[in-house]
Design a binder for this molecule. Structure first.
Ligand SMILES: Nc1nc2c(c(=O)[nH]1)N[C@H]1C(S)=C(S)[C@@H](COP(=O)(O)O)O[C@H]1N2
Ligand SMILES: [Mo]
Length: 399
């Protein structure tokens, strides 16, 4: 089905020279987003990491003074009839909060690294992709000893001691304890791309929830509350801004395309695909004459003559100078360090295609993904609140 750019394994010389050139240009860019180049989605007045050093030290926004509280929910009994029981709550008041030194102690045996793209369910472009390092949240929870009535956790970041600025998120108990096969652990993250997490990126410690949209990955983490509540304690939910299990969607995007291209000449196009929970089988493209009518009963253009693009491999030098020990085995084979699968879930991959010569006129170029279950974008979850995945389109003038 569709046009094959390469026969068998992708080799540089099997490609059309124009595609080869476009692919070579892509490989100049580093795969990991430097942490200062992420697009920030942040709240707070002031934004916590802009506080003066003295204040940051005072409130635990530096590694030397960072403290995490792990407590049982004081509202439990009233809301659910039964309180969640913790054998060893860790609190500032009791003088035994979990510290950065405690985290590093756990890291000696529990640290894990994995690739993850951060996307906001409200924004179109991914915010950046990193190699995140951290300790599974469950290993910290075990220190707090949940004993009974452990139903879920909610957690929040530093919020200027102003309840209105609280940014909070929620996860089911079971998700924290176990990673279904192919999943990655929820971590307390302190490094990205081999560097300490900056304040801008959520440091000293942020949560990373690998399969979810960005709002679950709370920055400036300071508190984890273990609860028996079945009500969701989540800032985005309260703002009608997400659905609870906000899994990342699979979708394709164009890189910048020229606005105008010469008629009767082939055009190389490239883009990125975000690989969500349902995996990625194909990226496809289609050039439609602008103004052509399309049957209203096919809003997602499933009957269009889509053609397959080439999905590019993970660049060999993807990690740059970052340490690649302790990569999670569901992403990278133990021993060889090779990607266990590609395209890899929760990452970005590049794609390229050759558009054959077009006659003069305006065209709407579209790209879409087909996931591993055969769903064409925006299915299986076409709703915007659970993450953007409208079919990407870009207009070009052929003249
Ligand atoms: N404390 C805190 N954590 C937060 C946020 C926030 O406003 N405050 N924004 C969340 C949202 S909505 C997103 S999309 C991601 C963005 O992560 P980034 O800024 O590292 O790209 O952070 C999440 N973590
Ligand atoms: Mo977000």
């Amino acid at each position: 089905m569709g046009q094959k750019l390469v026969a068998g394994a992708a080799t540089d010389d099997a490609r059309h020279p124009l595609v080869g050139k476009a692919v070579a240009a892509l490989s100049q860019e580093s795969y990991l987003t430097p942490q200062g180049d992420f697009y920030n989605v942040e709240r707070g007045n002031p934004i916590p990491y802009t506080l003066p050093l003295e204040k940051r030290l005072e409130v635990g926004l530096e590694r030397e003074t960072w403290k995490l509280e792990v407590t049982a929910d004081p509202e439990d009994e009233a809301k659910t009839g039964k309180a969640c029981e913790l054998g060893n709550p860790m609190t500032r008041a009791d003088g035994n909060p979990f510290t950065f030194a405690d985290l590093m102690k756990l890291a000696e045996t529990k640290a894990v690294r994995y690739l993850k793209v951060i996307s906001c369910n409200n924004l179109s472009d991914p915010l950046g992709i990193g190699l995140w390092e951290g300790v599974p949240l469950r290993d910290v929870l075990w220190l707090a000893q949940p004993r009974a009535n452990y139903r879920s956790v909610y957690y929040d970041g530093y919020h200027n001691e102003d309840p209105k600025q609280l940014f909070q998120c929620w996860l089911p108990a079971n998700r924290v304890l176990e990673d279904p096969s192919g999943f990655l652990p929820v971590i307390l993250c302190y490094k990205i791309n081999g560097e300490w997490l900056t304040g801008e990126r959520g440091g000293p410690v942020r949560m990373i929830v690998p399969e979810a949209y960005g709002f679950k990955s709370v920055k400036w983490l300071q508190r984890v509350v273990v609860t028996n509540k079945y009500q969701v304690e989540d800032t985005y939910a309260r703002q009608n801004n997400d659905v609870n299990d906000s899994w990342l969607k699979t979708r394709a995007l164009f890189d910048a395309l020229p606005e105008q291209v010469p008629a009767n000449e082939p055009l190389a196009i490239t883009g990125q695909a975000q690989v969500g929970v349902s995996g990625l089988d194909k990226v496809q493209w289609w050039a439609q004459p602008k103004g052509e009518t399309w049957p209203a009963e096919d809003p997602y253009f499933t009957k269009a003559p889509w053609k397959d693009a080439e999905i590019l491999p993970l660049p060999g030098n993807w990690a740059g100078k970052a340490d690649t020990s302790a990569l999670h085995p569901s992403q990278f084979e133990r021993g060889t360090g090779k990607p266990a699968t590609w395209p890899m879930r929760y990452t970005l991959c590049s794609w390229a295609a050759l558009v054959p010569p077009l006659s003069a006129g305006r065209r709407v170029l579209r790209c879409r993904t087909i996931d591993l279950a055969g769903n064409a974008q925006p299915m299986p979850r076409p709703y915007r609140k659970s993450g953007r995945n409208a079919i990407d389109e870009s207009e070009i003038l052929v003249s």
